[in-house]
Design a protein around this ligand. Structure first.
Ligand code: PRP
Length: 216
């Protein structure tokens, strides 16, 4: 099995940069990826590893089906996608919180468990929070981005979204009303790959564990 390429899926965007830095540190660099290119897959022939960039929510899908052996993705996406994959390592970067946010005036609506509308990219997480944890009936509206717009234009009273620096909320006159859970980037592994490529994957997990400590 030594000659088989291990395939690693990285979620596009903020996490990919930190992930590449960590892979660099453990001796699995992929210099090709650092160039500005439209190429989708990048190979390190010496180490028999290939990387590809995918939309965050698609990473657990690639990993579940074995199209990628390993994935680097936010815990928010793992919770939302609920795929059959192993979550093997907290990478410590990409730290943020899943929050319920909105205008200050919505705090009262939350407090009194009013029937409100919640706009979110994360309907599963929002449903779990309101229905199972808070026992509050709400209407969940799925959006695909720029979630902060929803309460501003009157689509919803609150949003359920990730807050990292808080800048987007601040610049739009919104605030955190409740915190759902803290989040960070995770390494995930395909269940069959974990058995078939145990040695190589376990080494990557161990090395990554050390690398992210030095990045912290
Ligand atoms: C995410 C999230 C918030 C923002 C939070 O959006 O949905 O809008 O980042 O970050 P901040 O607290 O540092 O301002 P993203 O940039 O991923 O784009 P999106 O709006 O298309 O979801």
């Amino acid at each position: 099995m030594k000659d088989r390429y291990l395939t690693i899926a990285l979620g596009k965007g903020r996490l990919a940069k930190s992930a590449m830095k960590a892979f660099d540190l453990i001796g699995l660099p992929c210099d090709e990826m650092k160039n500005d290119t439209r190429k989708l897959i990048f190979t390190n022939d010496e180490k028999k590893v290939r990387f590809f960039l995918a939309k965050g929510p698609d990473v657990p899908t690639y990993v579940e089906y074995g199209a990628a052996d390993i994935g680097i993705v936010g815990e928010d996406t793992i919770l939302e996608e609920n795929r059959n994959i192993y979550e093997v390592l907290d990478l410590g970067f990409g730290k943020c919180n899943m929050c319920i946010a909105g205008p200050k005036s919505s705090a009262e609506l939350l407090k009194h468990r009013e029937m409100i509308r919640v706009a979110t990219k994360y309907p599963r997480i929002a449903r779990d929070y309101f229905y199972n944890k808070k026992h509050q009936t709400v209407e969940i509206i799925k959006l695909n981005g720029s979630i902060e717009l929803a309460p501003i234009v009157g689509l919803s009273e609150v949003i359920c979204d990730i807050v990292e620096t808080g800048t987007t909320l601040r610049e739009n006159g919104l605030e955190v009303l409740e915190t759902v859970c803290p989040l960070s980037a995770r390494m995930v592994v395909n269940q069959v790959s974990m058995r078939m490529e145990d040695e190589r994957i376990t080494k990557i997990i161990r090395d990554m564990e050390q690398a992210v400590k030095s990045l912290a």
